[in-house]
Write a protein that binds this ligand. Structure first.
Ligand code: NAI
Length: 332
């Protein structure tokens, strides 16, 4: 496969197969429903929890995970990344070890990149990673639109792994529709790109909002309500983000006043110099596996760090003021 960007593909490689969707959460529900609509024979594998009931209610045949894998030739592993290695070891590997050229699909590169899951050599290991939350996938699909995915192959035992990756991208409604695009990638690239957004602009945005709130309310006497509306509660930020997606990062700047353009461009140059080194460090920690080790350690200790951080943010002045405002607005 030489093309980098793919807009459509043949779904035929899935047509004579049973596809098991393992996990019926955000991604599982969206992908299973669209695959079925596209004429693929889909079953669901799940533990017996509320997601099992949801899949049954949506009209799927639902099985224990090992049973679903046993009944299928292709599996989409769509459980949270932290639980996937355990699910794989206990329920999936014993089943696919017996099969030749089983196709195992991931929606994220994480567990393969860091070796938390090491599929046997007789398995095709493919990546079809949506750049869209499950709810967004379903709503775009209702509008007859596709969405972006990164696709990749880590193991090609059948010689047809790329065809399967492309067929899955088509089957889950990503490509073959307006707005749809698959970019040829790899498990490593997908993991770097995905985690680095979570370790760069997203935390910078949170940190900038917290600093903004503290400075204007503590040092300038601004009201918390006005500050929070300005920061995010008005929905203006969401509109800007939508304009970025539709028009482009710099074209959308023309929607802002000249004062705003001047302020944003001059300050962006200043922040770029401060931030680039931080982004570089974060990228290195992702690439080397340092972040994955840090997060695995916290999971092994019962997520104490994550829980403590939740406590700190939810007891902050910003969170308390937000709660008051959102109650007044009837949002909670
Ligand atoms: P989710 O959190 O919605 O998964 C819920 C499902 O996992 C349920 O079916 C539940 O029964 C099952 N599950 C939870 N704990 C389990 C356990 N201990 N044993 C067995 N099953 C268990 O997961 P989500 O967000 O759909 O993520 C699935 C994959 O998709 C991940 O690889 C994620 O990185 C990727 N992804 C997720 C996106 C999203 O929309 N949240 C966007 C793009 C990729």
């Amino acid at each position: 496969m030489s093309e980098k960007v793919i807009f459509d593909a043949d779904i035929a490689p899935l047509k004579d197969k049973v596809v098991s969707v393992i996990g019926y959460g955000n991604q599982g529900q969206a992908q299973a429903r669209i695959l079925r609509e596209n004429g693929v024979d889909v079953i669901v594998g799940n533990v017996r929890d509320e997601y099992w009931d949801r899949a049954l209610k949506d009209g799927f045949k639902v099985y224990e995970i090992d049973e679903a894998v046993r009944r299928s030739q292709v599996a989409l592993l769509l459980v949270p990344d932290e639980v996937a290695p355990h699910v794989y070891r206990k329920k999936i590997e014993p089943e696919i070890g017996k099969k030749e050229h089983f196709v195992l699909d991931f929606a994220s590169g994480y567990n393969i990149m860091y070796g938390f899951i090491r599929p046997r050599p007789n398995t095709d290991v493919v990546l079809v990673a949506p750049r869209m939350i499950g709810r967004g996938i379903l709503s775009l699909h209702r509008q007859g639109r596709g969405y972006p995915v990164l696709i990749g192959v880590a193991q090609d035992s059948s010689g047809k792994a790329w065809d399967y990756a492309k067929a899955i991208a088509k089957g889950i409604g990503a490509i073959g529709l307006p707005g749809g695009i698959a970019v040829k990638s790899s498990f490593e690239e997908e993991t770097l790109l995905d985690l680095l957004t979570e370790h760069s602009w997203a935390p910078l945005l949170i940190a900038a909002m917290q600093a903004y709130f503290d400075v204007v309310t503590e040092e300038y006497g601004a009201s918390p309500e006005a500050a929070i509306l300005e920061l995010y509660a008005s929905g203006e930020l969401a509109e800007v983000a939508r304009a970025m997606a539709e028009m482009g990062l710099f074209e959308q700047m023309k929607l802002h006043s000249r004062t705003s353009q001047y302020g944003q461009f001059t300050r962006a140059r200043k922040f770029y110099r401060m931030v680039k080194e931080v982004v570089r460090e974060e990228a290195a920690q992702i690439w080397s596996g340092e972040f994955a080790r840090e997060w695995s350690l916290d999971q092994a200790f019962g997520r104490v760090v994550l829980q403590r951080l939740w406590k700190i943010v939810t007891s902050s002045r910003l969170a308390e003021a937000e709660d008051r405002l959102y109650r007044q607005l009837g949002r909670r």
